[in-house]
Write a protein that binds this ligand. Sequence first.
Ligand SMILES: Nc1ncnc2c1ncn2[C@@H]1O[C@H](COP(=O)(O)OP(=O)(O)OP(=O)(O)O)[C@@H](O)[C@H]1O
Ligand SMILES: [Mg+2]
Length: 513
Amino acid sequence: MLCSITSACLKGIEGYIVNVEVDIAAGMPSLTLVGLPDQEVKEAKDRVLAAIRNSGFDSPIKKITINLVPAEIKKSGTHFDLPIALGILGASGQLSDTAIANLKKYIFIGSLGLTGKVHGCAGVLPMLIALKRKGKEKAIISQDNLEEAKYAAMAYFSAQNLKQVVDLLEEKIPFEQELKDNSENLSIQEVYTEDFSEVKGQTLAKRALEIAAAGGHNVLMMGPPGTGKSMLAKRFATILPPLEKEEMLEILQIYSVCGLLNKRKGNFQRPFRDPHHTISNIALIGGGQNPRPGEVSLAHNGVLFLDEFAEFSRTSLEVLREPLETFKVTIARAKETLTFPAKFTLIAAMNPCPCGYHGHNVKVCNCTPVQISRYKAKISGPLLDRIDLTVNLLPVNFSDWEKKAQGPTSKEIREKVIAARKIQKERFKNSTTTANAFMSVAQIKEFCALPKDGAQVLELAMKKLGLSARSLDKILKTARTIADLEGSKDIKKEHLMEVFQYRPLDRKGVRDI
Ligand SMILES: Nc1ncnc2c1ncn2[C@@H]1O[C@H](COP(=O)(O)OP(=O)(O)OP(=O)(O)O)[C@@H](O)[C@H]1O
Ligand SMILES: [Mg+2]
């Protein structure tokens, strides 16, 4: 007898429908799983038969064939256990006609323990969103994945064990009809214990971070030890604009695929990822045998803070070039190509040399010119070209340090940032662009018209500093954000001039700063 059950799987962070077909025929007792299952899926064989037995059903001693359709896409995950178990029960005649008819009403996603307990699994949210788009309405999932069903606004039954699912199919217990769109409740909880006003002096760096938050621009902070680079970066989260609902759903899907969603419960701020400099390329960019999103994707719609930037391996830094340019990561395999979103704001902090005091106003740098060159050469030209704002921090002077009032608070800056983002939201209402930093070439042309006197400034800068076309685009995007912060409709010459303050590398080059 044949039984077909609806489930789902993931390709990158996109879900798609999978039909689990189970056929039971007379013959040598065996269980064959086809349809490109990976090792994780294959292990279902042993778990499922034990779960069936321990739930009080018979495990058929016949030839069982399970096919996962579409058969040409590689499947991974443990969530096929529940549909496979139900398929075996259906195909072996252990379910009534009512239950068989009800099987078609639901989709099943869940991993099974040997006792028959239904366990949660990763990636349920994107799977449910994809299924909902295809018109599927009711899901049977584990209690562990309840939150995800709510975010997908999918009616669900939270199954404790296999026996309970069979009781539901046999109509012995009712379906919990809870069609609540939890994504409406994605209230953003902004509770910060740190504040920008705690950072003394460093006016230029604070302004650069304000511009970065307003337009999503990348920032590099360079300076001697103890000048407040890490301190400023950590407080950057406190001035970011609140998340839009669509941005939040994108983030939740990525965290769901990584199995991190429950950890984010009740914490709906923009992601702030600060991986250590010893991180591997794969952990940073994503990939692996079963490709998973890396830190750049976990920072999607948020911030990737790379402290001690020059201490990261050269290859780790170079792999950042693709997401910084295209805002996504593409992982190509022989049989498939996966794409993970990676639209983040990069905040990088580094010392100017190995001893940290190159360019210090008092302390003497002990490094040789070769050491300094080698240290800075880790940050390649193409990578620097992708950074919009660079600030050279100097030690705080005593008068700044002893001052009580230390400039605007996080709340005050954030209000300005939110106002600037509102202008951008209106500007990009017909596109997927979320902030000035992510403008396409066509959008730069449309929204970043140069003032008459500004064209001369840019032309001169291009000739004298040898700016690349990308640098020019970045300058225009940043000037657009400064104009937005001022509430100015047009980019003015002074906005352009301010951008040049944050581009010391264009003037000096990284080795001389
Ligand atoms: N501008 C500042 N205002 C107030 N406190 C500061 C400032 N700069 C540094 N400090 C104090 O020094 C400590 C270290 O600062 P921070 O970690 O930000 O330095 P850093 O620039 O990142 O140094 P390193 O290059 O060694 O990483 C802070 O925790 C804070 O107590
Ligand atoms: Mg630091």
